[in-house]
Write a protein that binds this ligand. Structure first.
Ligand code: PEP
Length: 250
């Protein structure tokens, strides 16, 4: 039986003080993060340490939004897996469409990051999803399958991986995939995981949906058989909305 996982991706929002305030509001009201649903928040790098102190004992998972694929060295502006762990992170979001779109991350780069993060002991949320143009061309399944295959290439153990299906056209646009549209892609992702890692790994793999999830649509999406929670952008910046979404996943 898979446990739903709901993670808030705060993107490039909140100062340290604002992040601490938001994390406190969430931690106070959510109680034990483990009850029925795994819960995580991904603040900006500079807030990780302070937010880590707030969520410390709450069971809420502290996640980063990115990491580098090398261990350390002359990579100005980058952040390593070891730095994230020292800051209290247990998880990292990789391959987000904004990283792919604005920062040129290819499947090969994402794969290097995935392997480095897993080798370093972190959990990974691997984001995949098609653009509007790709959906209109009817190549959604091809694109997503390739992202999953190339993103997880060379990984032996996927037990610390969660996949987030995030159609690019639904991120931050207010347009959500219908629960049927999302379910179709989630089922095909699970099939790809089965082909790559076998029956048991596929049955256990959590596949989150992301793309304009809100309190009003969360329950319907999470009720689908292959949707195991959500990666939440905009709505995770309001404690009330994020908590309502977590409640829908519990
Ligand atoms: C995201 O960026 O991961 C996301 C799903 O954003 P939003 O919920 O704002 O669409």
């Amino acid at each position: 039986m898979r446990k739903n996982v709901v993670v808030g991706n705060w993107k490039m929002n909140t100062t340290v003080a604002e992040a601490v305030e938001l994390a406190s509001a969430i931690a106070e009201r959510i109680g034990s993060g483990e009850a029925g649903c795994e819960i995580g928040i991904a603040p900006p790098f500079v807030s990780l340490t302070e937010v880590g102190k707030v969520v410390g004992q709450s069971g809420i998972m502290l996640a980063a939004q990115n990491c580098h694929f090398e261990s350390d060295g002359a990579f100005t502006g980058e952040v390593s897996v070891r730095m994230l762990e020292a800051a209290g992170c247990s998880c990292v979001i990789l391959g987000h469409s904004e990283r792919r779109q604005y920062f040129g991350e290819t499947n090969a780069i994402v794969n290097r990051k995935v392997r480095k993060a897993l080798d370093g002991g972190l959990k990974v949320i691997l984001c995949v999803g098609e653009t509007l143009e790709q959906r209109q061309q009817g190549v959604t399944e091809d694109i997503v399958t390739t992202q999953v295959r190339e993103g997880l290439d060379g990984v032996d153990d996927v037990s610390r991986v969660v996949i987030a299906y995030e159609p690019v056209w639904a991120i931050g646009t207010g347009k959500t995939a219908t629960s049927q549209q999302a379910q179709e892609v989630h089922a095909s992702i699970r099939e790809t995981v089965r082909e790559m890692f076998g029956e048991a790994a596929a049955a256990e793999m959590r596949i989150q949906y992301g793309g304009s999830v809100k309190p009003a649509n969360a329950a319907e999406l999470f009720a689908m058989p292959d949707i195991d929670g959500g990666l939440i952008g905009g709505a995770s910046l309001k404690a009330d909305d994020f908590i309502a979404i977590v409640e829908a996943a519990r």
